[in-house]
Write a protein that binds this ligand. Structure first.
Ligand code: IPE
Ligand code: IPE
Ligand code: MG
Length: 254
């Protein structure tokens, strides 16, 4: 039996009342996608940018509250200068063509990572996108740009230690919330911790992404390279998430 979407009638459907609030994605496999097509690696990044547009709209339409996308890690500076420079231009191209759609879909842009190390034109594009979408109160599109979780934790520790050294903070009063509150994800408020973390391209590692925040995230590794990912793939990921039993260390009522 098939319904009009050619989906088996007994296949699980997406439950719109149980959409994960925060979905984070390690967008991986752009280079391999391109190499498989005998194209230069940057062609994969270009196609990957189109995927970001599609997936942003799909996630917003499905009711996701925060979509975090790992776009450039603190370790990605190790790549050849020509590839780094292409990656630094991508946010400019992305926001130049996509901010009107973001506003139309009521999507607000935020960033995690030290953007002061990015080229000035990239910083301007990112800052303009955040300013242009600051009043949008739909989904938050949270880019990790020059982001590394260890760098993020190191900075939080520095700030907290400075407050303690200045006598403004009693070390005994430091709680988990004190630490969460100093991470770059603090701006996401109650949605700071991803409910679902997806990594594309079949690699099964975290590569320094949101180490503190994913303590109880559901992890999902999918074989598709990022340029092949789309709204349908995202939907299948959310259906997979909805089939899981999150226990947070307790017991699940079944
Ligand atoms: C992900 O694709 C994009 C970034 C890390 C910037 P990759 O560039 O890592 O692609 P692969 O993993 O080499 O195929
Ligand atoms: C992780 O992908 C970083 C981003 C997706 C931005 P990488 O391709 O850089 O990670 P490794 O090197 O395979 O761990
Ligand atoms: Mg990779």
């Amino acid at each position: 039996m098939f319904n009009k979407n050619h989906q088996a009638a007994d296949e699980p459907q997406l439950d719109m009342s149980r959409i994960p609030a925060h979905v984070a994605i390690i967008m991986d496999g752009n280079g391999r996608w391109a190499q498989a097509r005998h194209l230069p690696r940057v062609a994969g990044h270009k196609q990957g940018m189109q995927t970001v547009k599609k997936v942003t709209i799909a996630a917003s339409d499905m009711g996701v509250k925060v979509l975090s996308l790992y776009a450039f890690s603190t370790e990605n500076w190790k790549r050849p200068e020509s590839e780094v420079s292409y990656l630094m231009d991508l946010p400019i191209r992305f926001f130049n063509t996509f901010v009107p759609d973001l506003v139309k879909h009521n999507v607000k842009v935020t960033v995690m990572g030290d953007i002061t190390r990015l080229p000035e034109k990239t910083q301007t594009a990112v800052n303009d996108a955040m300013a242009d979408t600051k009043d949008c109160d739909g989904m938050i599109l949270n880019f990790a740009l020059n982001y590394g979780a260890r760098d993020e934790i190191k900075r939080a520790v520095q700030t907290i230690a400075q407050q303690a050294a200045a006598g403004e903070l009693d070390p005994a009063s430091i709680t988990e919330d004190t630490i969460s509150g100093h991470l770059m994800s603090a701006q996401l408020g109650e949605f700071a911790d991803p409910d679902l973390l997806i990594r594309t391209s079949g690699e099964e590692r975290i590569s320094n992404f949101m180490l503190w925040q994913i303590a109880y995230s559901e992890l999902l590794f999918v074989p598709e390279h990022w340029p092949d990912f789309d709204g349908e793939t995202l939907k299948r990921c959310l259906i997979d998430f909805q089939g899981r039993h999150r226990r947070f260390g307790g017991l699940v009522n079944k």
